[in-house]
Ligand binder design. Sequence first.
Ligand code: HSE
Length: 425
Amino acid sequence: METVKLGILGMGTVATGLINIIELNNSKIIETINKNLAVSKVLVKSLNKKREVSLPQNVYTTDAYEVINDKDTQIIVELIGGINHAYEYIKAALNNKKHVVTANKALIATHGGELEDLAAANGVKLMYEASVAGGIPILNTISESLAANEFEKIIGIINGTTNYILTQMAESGLEYDQAVKEAQRLGFAEADPSSDVEGDDAAYKIAILSNIAFGQRIEIKNVPKEGITKISKEDITYARELGYNIKLLASAVKNDGELELSVHPAFIPAEHPLSTVKNEFNAVFLKGNAVGELMFYGKGAGSLPTGSAVLGDVMSIVKNSQRDNTEIKKNDRYKIADKAFKPYYIRLEVIDKPGVLAKIAGVFGVHGISLASVMQRQKNGNNTAPLVFITHKAYRKSIDEALNEISRFEEVTKVCSIITVENFK
Ligand code: HSE
């Protein structure tokens, strides 16, 4: 039986998962692809580290080009992450006529089109199912099983770290900083969590999803993003009282020939299926014009789940499947909109005295913002009181303009929060 050789760049969590699945499910894999899989070379940072996989010591190398140029290796799996080195290595591998499988969302979101072209020019494949939502097979599903649909919207919880942090704030009463520390202790958050908590990771993923689903080239700078660093326990408590949960959503919604992309924290109705997605889990909710609403749920990160997605791509290449499931599109089918026309939750801190509410409500009125509800709670210790508004749909620009004016009132001590309300209507 023929043996297909894999070269792996990087030996972290996902590579460990990949190698362990090859061992764990070996007979199933052989039955499916009718070939053996073997790891020929692995790029590592240090040759001396003890590893949780049983590979012979002579496969390890600290020279990436020993992996990429190995003449017996047919498939290169890039798992080092980051952009610069990964970009150079993948280009070299494709030019060497080796198929490439990667989990690298930052790279695919920024250079995917060019790398796809290079793969096509060399007659090889570039696949990246693992780059979005880890173990959830969403890219292949959208491009293959759901190919008959025009998509109306894709809304995802596609960052497990932030979902874990928000869930712990809501359910264990942790402050933001405590929840981040707990996420780090459990290995969900990196020592520097900024790419997750600032929304960059989710922005890369929604850009890739949009490209596959809408056939639209997305430049990452066109994805407006806001992370979760300003979310406080108070907002989470108000959200729950009002019948919502706060989640970091990544969305791509088509409207009147325009496509609106965004990564932002949002109030989600407690009864919506996305509200039930807790801790490190991910989910992608979408609507196709034929299939209707669907939701995919699972682990968006981790050794075996992400390894499963990587190995699925590897096996698809070995089977020489004709599917072209993850082809970066270069079209500009839609105008990219940034209107953010939604209901908003707004929390202010104000001096508690007669006439303040009327003054504030007047400014909202002048800016064409209609209020759906107003809530005032007991005073804080310093004669101030929290004032919470939910608006009807309004443009974010109008909300910002109104709040700019409102913040100048001497009775308004603080504009604490502005959070989108996602009612799925
Ligand atoms: N850091 C990501 C997350 C996983 O927290 O979901 C890799 O994209």
